[in-house]
Structure formats: C-alpha cells, structure tokens
Design a protein around this ligand. Structure first.
Ligand code: CP
Length: 293
C-alpha cells in the first residue's frame, strides 16, 4: 500500500492483509517507526479520526508534527498543494489529510509524499471502512454471504460509499435504507424498508444524519426519522442473536439510534473506535514500508 486515497484502489487481498495485520497489532506485534515524521492535516472537524491517527502514530513510535489549520498559513490563503509541499520539503514522510472537497488528493499528484485520506467531502472514508471491516471480520471471520443493511444519509455519506464498494467485493449482500431525499443514484444498491430486513441482517450499520451537508432542513422530526429509518427497542429485539450494530459516530442520540442502545450488547460502536487505532497502525505501517526513505 503506497498510499491510501480511496478504498477502490485496494485489492481484496490488500484489504484482507490490512485487517490481518491490524489483528496482529492488536495482539501485540508492533513495529517501531521512530524515524518517521508524520503530520495530520484536518481541514474538517474530527474527534475519532484525528485522535485515532495520532494515537496510532504514537503507538508506532512516529514523530508527530503539530499542525492546526487555524494557526497555519492556510488562514493566509496558502493552497493545499503548497501546504503539503512545504511539509514534504521540511522532511515529513507521510501526511494524513481530511478535507471537505471530494477527491482533493487529485491536486496533490505532483508531490513525492504518501497521502492517507482521513475523509474527503462525500467521497471516501477508507480508514473508517477498513476499521468497520476489521470489526465485522473479528465477529464473523468472513464477509462472504453476510447480510448488511446500511441506514440513513446515504447521499452525503463517504462511509456508505466506501463500505458498499468493499463489502460487496468481499461477498457480502449490502442493502440500503434511506429517506427518498437521501438516496444516492450513483451507488447501485437496492433500497429496502428497514422493517422488511431487520430480522435477517447480520450487520446493521447506522449512518449519522449530516445536517451540515444539507441545503434545507429535513421534512421530518427526529422522532419521525427514528421511527422510519433508525434503531429503536422494537427493532433491536428483532435482530438475530448474533447480529451487530455499527455506527461510524459521532452519534445523534435518539435519531439514528435511541440513546439507551448505543452501548447495548449487540452494539459495537466503541469497539469500532478501539479497532480504528489498530487499523490505522496497520495502514501507516504498510504505507511506510512501501515508501522506503
Ligand atoms: N467516524 C468519524 O470519521 O468520526 P470523526 O468525524 O469524529 O473523525
């Protein structure tokens, strides 16, 4: 893995290698990269991805160069390319970037430094996808034949896009649940009613309602959203014994999922965050090994 822009650029073998290595790292097999310098450039807010990458980098012994958009020369109008070229020039070995623009990494093709995408607009969120896959694989030991339903704000979700691609390629049966306004015609998934599939699914993945990406207010209340598209106690009780609940978080409690269920026995939401550190350690280790200094 020389870089990671989109899950679509990873073969199934590389996805499986990444998961296996993350599981090995979780078991204690950690390589030290104390001569590697990394900067995390987050042009969009983040709690999990930013802190998880920094935790992963520090656990790998990497040197983390502090970077905040608000105090950098980005506030003076410096371009993304020039910011990244500067970090490459001063000796950084890898950059982790989150940016509101879809495919921002295409502007950076002239650089000689690997980019790991921490999320681009409504495009891709490959590290979230890989940590979701690790969490599913830990539970079921396979993807082939699993029934997955992804519910919510599909149109604005980079998580849905990345997960649909990877899970489908790995043999899972992925269906979507969404209000009419949040259907994404560019993804060839089947849309279903949540109540028609809740008893059959192995994985119920809930997506955050991304108010910040909506032009106009939703035509339904939080209660109506939960009643039609979210997880409540009635639906939870219908899930199979072994079914799991995922959510990339942050969670809008009582919208995508009622608050009492966020840490319910079938929920793996905080396990996803834990696995995110190991997954990002796996990704960074592979990227550094594929780009010898
Ligand atoms: N899941 C996720 O990407 O969360 P953050 O926006 O907090 O990084």
């Amino acid at each position: 893995m020389k870089q990671l822009h989109s899950i679509t650029e990873l073969s199934n073998d590389t996805i499986m290698t990444t998961i296996q290595r993350a599981i090995e790292i979780k078991g204690g097999q950690v390589t030290n990269f104390n001569d590697v310098y990394v900067a995390n450039l987050f042009f969009e807010n983040s709690t999990r991805t930013k802190c998880s990458f920094e935790m992963a980098e520090r656990k790998l012994g990497m040197q983390v160069i502090p970077f905040e958009t608000s105090t950098s020369s980005v506030s003076k109008g410096e371009s993304l390319y020039d910011t990244c070229k500067t970090l490459e020039s001063i000796g950084c070995n890898v950059l982790v970037i989150r940016h509101p623009e879809n495919d921002y990494y295409n502007q950076l093709k002239g650089l000689n430094i690997p980019i790991v995408n921490g999320g681009d607009g409504s495009g891709q969120h490959p590290t979230q996808c890989l940590l979701d896959l690790m969490t599913i694989y830990e539970e079921f030991g396979k993807f082939e034949g699993l029934k997955v339903v992804i519910c919510g704000d599909i149109l604005n979700s980079r998580v849905a896009r990345s997960n649909y691609d990877a899970l489908t390629r790995l043999g899972a049966d992925v269906q979507f649940v969404a209000p009419e306004a949040w259907i994404d015609p560019s993804i060839p998934a089947k849309y279903v009613n949540i109540d028609d599939v809740i008893e059959e699914v192995d994985v119920c993945m809930l997506l955050r309602v991304q108010h910040e990406r909506h032009d106009k207010a939703s035509s339904f209340t939080q209660e109506e959203y939960n009643a039609n598209y979210g997880l409540n106690q009635t639906r939870y009780d219908k899930l199979k014994e072994h079914a799991i609940i995922l959510h990339p978080a942050p969670v809008n409690r009582d919208v995508e999922i009622i608050s009492e269920l966020v840490e319910a026995p079938k929920a793996r939401i905080f396990k996803q965050m834990e696995n995110g550190v190991y997954t990002r350690m796996s990704i960074l280790s592979q990227v550094i090994e594929a780009n010898p200094q």
